[in-house]
Design a protein around this ligand. Sequence first.
Ligand SMILES: CC(C)(COP(=O)(O)OP(=O)(O)OC[C@H]1O[C@@H](n2cnc3c(N)ncnc32)[C@H](O)[C@@H]1OP(=O)(O)O)[C@@H](O)C(=O)NCCC(=O)NCCS
Length: 227
Amino acid sequence: MGVEIAPWQAPPASLLIGTGDLHLWRFRTDISARTADTLRQSLSADECARADRFINPRHQLRFIAARYRLRRTLAGYLKYLPASIVFTNSQQGKPSLGKEHRSDINFNLSHSGDWAVLAVTSGPDVGVDVEEIVVKDNVQPLTDYAFNEVEKTLFSAFPPARKQRGFYRLWTAKEARLKMLGIGLGEMKKEIMPGFGCFFVPAKGYVAAVAVTCQVARIIRYHDAMN
Ligand SMILES: CC(C)(COP(=O)(O)OP(=O)(O)OC[C@H]1O[C@@H](n2cnc3c(N)ncnc32)[C@H](O)[C@@H]1OP(=O)(O)O)[C@@H](O)C(=O)NCCC(=O)NCCS
């Protein structure tokens, strides 16, 4: 689509996002229990309660890592402390910055396996989805459930050897668009024409897609290693 996409790079010390920019972040979420104990001090009481509801300890660690990274990254743009970030959730659960921040920054987070991705814009609504590629033997029923006629036609055009990858591409693009609008997976069959959408690969074995309500001019990708 002619948009300049920078390679993954370390973030600058001072974060700024310009009009027309889309920032994509990737972080690992496979942290130790000890690290999680430290990071959860920056989470809200609600987030800690959510973390405590995970039965699988690995899922709990991933959740804490992703929410901390979300806070820390937004804190970088807003020049706040991670613990001071206030979120508000839409009726369908899409988080955005609380009004007290008086900021145009929009964001969306997704996690799968050991990775999380975060998309940030300076205004337009954004949705992102990452999926770890796991060979599925039920792609056909899933496509019947989730895809509309146009997407089913696109899926059927993939040769057998590329069906799995094709499924993940269509799925992530779809979920990113739903998340851009802040609606749930229950509305999978809806047809949504995004202003802008693209795929990216956050790590080997993962695929991700982002959707933004309008065309972006530039995509900058940041890799924030845990420290
Ligand atoms: C949004 C949704 C598609 C995400 O699915 P998923 O593949 O499990 O998760 P992802 O990792 O891609 O995204 C999760 C993140 O998206 C964000 N999110 C949550 N709800 C969202 C929504 N409706 N739209 C956009 N983003 C949303 C959150 O940041 C969440 O991260 P968190 O779990 O750390 O809070 C799915 O949860 C859904 O269908 N939600 C709608 C539920 C609903 O209808 N609720 C009604 C009343 S609560």
